[in-house]
Design a protein. Structure first.
Length: 387
């Protein structure tokens, strides 16, 4: 089947954050939304069909995780990411950010140190701070159009930390970490007795030509000292279903986390989370490959447009995901002026780069998970604003 990613879907007025949250965030509703990390493509029809078929049963009662949920996760992560997992090693979590917060509370005590790498998805440090842990900020280097780990700095900053939250692949930089980089991370964490939470929600959005390496596949030590969080939500455009899951291979850590989750009745998902995940993983490979090809085209279009029409702005070309970190430093504007350029002059709603940490100064994050006509409109508005 050939899927249509050029179709314009009217989302405004559906209580979606991306469109209907613009007025609350910016105090105006005349901005083209290119911010929240969901896509403007239809959720795949096989996911919608699975939900409709469940609704036809007429009773929305308490629901066990279906066997197809386990079976399709095991098959998908094995085939797609070379992660060998058993049924008992899979656990439901109601969203990855929540899962990170639960893991922080389960495996650390108030006041203990947790390291994150900035610029990074801001809930990493926000949920850590809000749960009264000390955040250690390990800065990534930005050069040659990518983010990079400074391993001397990494080894220095990890000292005394109980936990390290890894963004794999990286957001907002879109970097797919190499196996060698992850091996160095694992070696350092193992030597220093640091547990790793690996957020791999963007794994299925790895673009053609790149290979995602799950942290659990790096080494046996990495497999034993980590928790892996995954979800179909970003790849199949269904984040509203909270269909995330954990992979925990060390029995002691798994028992401890399961006990924590069950104590607050957090380990049981809703029926739609289970069946939508199973449907996506069972039927979604062709849809996903077509979507990734379209997104790659949008990324290439953005890169070419910037070079031809807005040479003062470049980009960190993502190796995974539909999120593009725009490098606007050549404009020589303060961050306040840069935001004003995008909002008040270009009439665009993007994420301010500094929300991901101080290293994001001079950057804006653009979501290109949309029909190309919308992307072209956004870039044209930006070009006109700069002129």
């Amino acid at each position: 089947m050939k899927y249509d990613f050029d179709e314009i879907i009217v989302r405004k007025g559906t209580d979606c954050v991306k469109y209907d949250g613009v007025a609350e965030m910016w105090g105006r509703d005349d901005l083209l939304p290119m911010w929240v990390a969901d896509m403007d493509f239809r959720t795949p029809p096989f996911v919608i069909d699975a939900i409709r078929q469940r609704l036809d049963q007429d009773v929305l009662g308490y629901t066990l995780p279906c066997e197809s949920w386990y079976e399709n996760i095991i098959r998908w992560v094995g085939k797609r990411h070379n992660v060998q997992v058993q049924k008992e090693e899979i656990g439901f979590v109601p969203g990855i950010v929540r899962g990170i917060a639960f893991a922080v509370n389960c495996f650390t005590n108030p006041g203990e140190k947790v390291m994150v790498q900035t610029p990074v998805y801001h809930p990493f440090f926000l949920v850590t701070e809000h749960n009264h842990r000390e955040v250690v900020y390990n800065s990534l280097d930005i050069h040659d159009g990518q983010v990079h780990i400074n391993f001397d700095r990494f080894e220095r900053d990890i000292q005394g930390c109980k936990l390290f939250i890894l963004c794999n692949p990286q957001n907002p930089g879109g970097r797919v970490w190499t196996l060698e980089e992850l091996q160095r991370v694992a070696d350092i964490c193992q030597r220093n007795g640091v547990m790793v939470i690996s957020d791999e929600i963007h794994a299925d959005l790895t673009l053609p030509g790149y290979k995602h390496h799950s942290y659990a596949t790096v080494s046996e030590a990495a497999r034993q000292h980590s928790i892996i969080f995954m979800a179909p939500s970003k790849a199949f455009n269904m984040p509203g279903l909270s269909s995330s899951y954990s992979l925990i291979f060390n029995k002691d850590k798994r028992d401890r986390f399961n006990t924590y989750m069950e104590a607050s009745e957090l380990s049981m998902g809703n029926m739609f989370a289970y069946l939508s995940c199973a449907a996506a993983y069972e039927q979604g490979e062709d849809w996903l490959n077509q979507m990734l090809s379209y997104v790659q085209g949008n990324i290439d279009f953005t890169e070419q447009y910037l070079r031809a029409h807005i040479p003062s702005i470049s980009m960190l070309k993502p190796q995974a995901s539909y999120l593009v970190f725009l490098d606007c430093r050549k404009l020589n504007l303060s961050q306040e002026q840069l935001v004003d350029l995008f909002v008040d002059k270009a009439h665009l709603a993007l994420n301010d780069g500094t929300m991901f940490g101080p290293e994001g100064k001079g950057f804006m994050r653009l979501n290109v998970g949309c029909p190309r006509s919308i992307l072209q409109q956004a870039l044209t508005q930006l070009e006109q604003a700069i002129k």
